[in-house]
Design a protein around this ligand. Sequence first.
Ligand code: TUI
Length: 307
Amino acid sequence: MKTKITQLLGIEYPVIQGGMAWVADYHLAAAVSEAGGLGIIGAGGAPASFVKEQIQKAKEITSKPFGVNIMLMNPEADQIAQIVIDEGVKVVTTGAGNPGKYMAAWKEAGIKVIPVVASVGLAKMMERAGADAVVAEGTESGGHIGELTTMTLVPQVVDAVNIPVIAAGGIADGRGFAAAIMLGAEAVQMGTRFVVAKESIVHDNYKQKVISAKDIDSAVTGRTTGHPVRCIRNKTTREYLKMEQEGATLEELEKMTLGSLRKAVVDGNVVEGSLMAGQIAGLVKSENTCEEIIKEVMTQAEKLLKL
Ligand code: TUI
């Protein structure tokens, strides 16, 4: 299937893997790229030196293009923004902020820049700043989220900009892919489905929580702090929400979640860890290889779209 995004990025299928902190390491990114999608290394909150190593390791195991997601709240975002240039990374996506100050340097280096946005306003600003495409990410997503649903955000962003739009949030199969195309998207980005990919290094306890999750099993913490985050409900989300209700300070709340994503991904601590996942976790029922995931999504979508 050819779209403006497959052409822009030189990939076979219009499927992009979310740049998930801790989850999206070089193994996952390379596997998605090898399967014909666009794999992405998620810098998350990691130090710049770690991100550089990840890029170098990805290059050793795939010759296909891959991207790096820069989480803009990372204290070392400035250094990471330079590393992607020095390492010749082909595609950069950004999250949790406005990457405006880096855009000129990235464009100069020939990098395809794809900011993740949760509003029409930021999408338009990114187009003016020179973005090659945007990911319009609905509130169904896991992790740090905006307010609007994918169904409402995607067509409004499509109408507001002339660059290609990639839909994200609540997409995990060919039906979601086909729906995104109907809304005017040129590709999809999936996160939750790739958390349980065979090539994903996520601890099996976390994968099993995603696989057994039902439709209503996620909760959003941090609405009071201005940093809403969606996770599968557990002891940590319940305690966090209780503390928010009782008016806890930002410091108290941050102390509680510090390192909690690592606890879930690396240690498999599903009680005290943050099990970031989207609302579509209820649809994700099995662990598959990245190739199986992409082939299945595309086969189902092509049937529905009668391509
Ligand atoms: O960034 C994401 N999802 C993420 S980042 C992340 S790491 C993290 N861990 C703990 C707490 C907070 C973050 C986990 N998941 N998605 C892309 C995204 N960006 N969603 C929403 C936004 C966004 C929100 C506000 C983008 C820009 C923005 O404001 C722009 C401005 O003007 O500052």
